[in-house]
Design a binder for this molecule. Structure first.
Ligand code: ADP
Length: 262
């Protein structure tokens, strides 16, 4: 039988993610590109993936787009909600998954996963930057760090500070005051991780957390936040090999399922 290629695109607020799958399971190529204006990041991500796999667009049997930018991306055969793609992506990695906690650039979701990787229920915070990747970006900037450096810095904490503000803007002032008081950066970073974790865990509890729990989204690349969420919820959290690609992976699996139905 001929190989079937499908493409999944997750066009998020912060980054456009693209995954190319062979026969619905084998990850051939992937890309993460800043979202840019309208579909510019998504187009770049798709082009980069096709180029690195040496596959032309007409060799791709189906493209599914998800994420907040899915409806303005012009080159998708199908679109699917982020909730469905994240549930399906996590299910494709761990079939027994019951709960997905996705922390992205501008929202946090907790999803109950049902049969065949379909979402059964969900709760979401997309009203406020606190507890999202954006919060970490803002804090990293004040500390003159990259988001990718936060985990390592936070690991050295001895007395994590308590960030009491629930608002990103006020929390920013709190961190600036801590810096002025010469508080150790690692303790500040660990406090920032805890602050994100408390919000995500609070949201997930509204859904009643059932194990196994999978964490996805760009923030799952930060082990400091993952450990803090584990502590808050008292559960072990599974991280897929490429957590930021999870939505795009689910989209590519959805495209594959549609090709199989034809
Ligand atoms: P969206 O789908 O909303 O665009 P993502 O799931 O791509 O969001 O997550 C983006 C967030 O992931 C960023 O705001 C940042 O906090 C975090 N992030 C991105 N890359 C890394 C990294 N290398 N290490 C730690 N955190 C990261």
């Amino acid at each position: 039988m001929e190989d079937v290629y499908t493409l999944g695109l997750d066009i998020g607020a912060a980054a456009a993610k693209c995954v190319l799958l062979k026969n619905g399971a084998e990850l051939i190529a992937s890309a993460v590109v800043p979202s840019g204006v309208r579909s510019s990041g998504a187009k770049k991500a798709a082009a980069a993936v096709l180029e690195s796999a040496k596959i032309s667009r007409d060799m791709v049997a189906c493209v599914t787009a998800t994420g907040y930018g899915r409806n303005i991306y012009g080159d998708a055969d199908l679109t699917l909600s982020e909730l469905s793609c994240h549930a399906l992506g996590a299910y494709s990695e761990l079939e027994s998954v019951k709960t997905v906690i996705d922390i992205g650039g501008q929202d946090v979701k907790a999803i109950r996963v049902g049969k065949n990787g379909t979402p059964e229920n969900f709760v979401m915070n997309d009203k406020c930057a606190a507890g999202t990747g954006r919060f970490l970006e803002v804090m990293a900037r004040i500390l003159e760090l990259e988001v990718s450096e936060l985990e390592k810095v936070g690991e050295k904490a001895k007395n994590p500070v308590m960030i009491s503000s629930t608002c990103t803007v006020f929390a920013e002032s709190e961190v600036i005051s801590r810096l002025a008081a010469d508080t150790d950066i690692s303790d500040i970073v660990a406090g920032i991780h805890n602050s994100v974790a408390v919000k995500a865990a609070g949201l997930a509890r509204m859904l009643k957390v059932e194990e196994p729990v999978v964490m996805t989204g760009g923030v799952a690349k930060n082990g400091g936040v993952v450990k803090a969420v584990e502590r808050e919820l008292g559960v072990k959290i599974h991280i897929p090999p490429f957590p930021q690609l999870n939505g795009a992976y689910g989209a590519a699996v959805h495209a594959w399922r549609n090709v199989k139905k034809r």
